[in-house]
Ligand binder design. Structure first.
Ligand SMILES: Nc1nc2c(ncn2[C@@H]2O[C@H](COP(=O)(O)OP(=O)(O)O)[C@@H](O)[C@H]2O)c(=O)[nH]1
Ligand SMILES: [Mg+2]
Length: 368
């Protein structure tokens, strides 16, 4: 791989030099306006400084991430032939990867706003493969648009990350059904979150609410929900079987919202998922949320999502955002699924520590 800095009076001149020295497949990594000193520094002339890269060894087979790398990229030959554009697209993507891996001064080669963008991705815990895709897209778009300010680059970064998430209409589905069920692994925060949702429906929206719990494995779990029900002066039914559940559903048929808590068993027990499906007849009047702790490892979250794939999930709820330094794993789970996030919780206080989020809100949280 060859990487070289060129100085020329104009972009056109620089392009000619680059083509001559590195060949027509070279890719522009960065360009900026500079002041060139002449006559022993007595006069200044504006010029451009361009960093270009050429690597013949890029594998032709590797394709860029289709979700992120969709917009044609700028290259020296981009305007002359369409197939070249695709080849160049692949190369920009590969180039950033190679440059990052091999050049110790990769960071210093990047213009300041792009360095900031890369740092934000790093701090957010974004995977290298996605980071590379996003950076190559930012490089290309910022350079071709000629608007390399920090504000523009950060805004562009947020847009690119939003595009990788499920579409907006899968998010922000407020509590809309009569029956709301939360499920997920032990200690994820289901009962606490259910109490937050129920309390805000009652206190902010003046809804008539009731509780059902099918979490009958631990006495403490029943007591925990009972405490919230008593505080809110709302009725609660404890159900051990599907028949009891259907009966309780009938009892509360006049209520606006019935909040259903489920057993907190180890998610690895397939039996728990089978029992859940057996007890609760998932249908349109039931709005279901899979509760995941934002503090969990990405692999564990992925495993839970896979195990619950046979249960209809309307949205995710991510809990304990206050206990993690980065939401990168949450981003990856959302980007890989077609399900949006309904709520994010950020503390133990009931009912205040919960918020609904849009993809934009989430990306802003991710970048903090
Ligand atoms: N820091 C923090 N703790 C939370 C949050 N949500 C729940 N918790 C705590 O997590 C623990 C388990 O919560 P619980 O609702 O009993 O989980 P469940 O087993 O899924 O029902 C409790 O100590 C909660 O107070 C949150 O958003 N932030
Ligand atoms: Mg519980």
């Amino acid at each position: 791989m060859k990487i070289k800095k060129f100085k020329a009076a104009s972009m056109q001149e620089a392009a000619i030099q680059i083509k001559k020295e590195l060949g027509k497949d070279a890719v522009i990594l960065n360009s900026k306006q500079i002041q060139k000193r002449k006559w022993f520094g007595l006069s200044k002339k504006s010029a451009v400084e361009v960093i270009a890269v050429m690597d013949q060894d890029f594998s032709e087979q590797r394709k860029p991430d289709p979700k992120i790398d969709t917009v044609p990229k700028k290259s020296l030959e981009a305007s002359s032939s369409a197939p070249r554009v695709q080849e160049q697209e692949q190369r920009v993507h590969e180039t950033v990867q190679v440059v990052r891996n091999e050049m110790s001064d990769y960071q210093s080669m990047l213009p300041e706003p792009l360095r900031k963008a890369e740092q934000l991705l790093q701090d957010a815990g974004i995977k290298d493969s996605i980071k590379t895709s996003v950076m190559s897209r930012l490089l290309r778009d910022s350079i071709s648009a000629g608007d390399l300010t920090e504000e523009n680059v950060v805004r562009k970064l947020q847009d690119v990350l939003c595009e990788a998430l499920p579409p907006k209409d899968r998010w922000q589905e407020a509590i809309s059904s009569q029956y709301i069920v939360l499920f997920g692994s032990t200690g994820a925060g289901k009962t606490t979150t259910l109490a937050k949702l129920a309390a805000s429906s009652m206190l902010d929206k003046h809804k008539k609410i009731a509780f059902i719990t099918t979490d009958t494995y631990r006495i403490a779990a029943v007591e925990q929900l009972k405490t919230y029900a008593e505080l809110l002066q709302a009725p609660m039914e404890v159900c051990y079987t599907k028949e009891e559940f259907l009966q309780a559903k009938e009892t509360f048929s006049e209520y606006d919202h019935v909040f259903i808590d489920t057993a907190g068993r180890n998610f690895k027990e397939q039996q728990y998922i089978e029992e859940l499906k057996e007890t609760i007849p998932f249908e349109n009047s039931i709005q279901s949320f899979l509760v995941l702790s934002a503090t969990s490892k990405y692999e564990d979250m992925k495993d839970i999502v896979k195990r619950f794939s046979s249960v209809p999930v309307n949205q995710f709820i991510f809990t304990k955002a206050d206990e993690t330094a980065s939401l990168g794993s949450v981003f990856h789970i959302l980007a890989e699924s077609k399900i949006g996030a309904g709520f994010i919780t950020n503390g133990q206080n009931v009912p205040e520590d919960i918020q609904s989020v849009s993809p934009q809100d989430f990306v802003r949280m991710l970048m903090k």
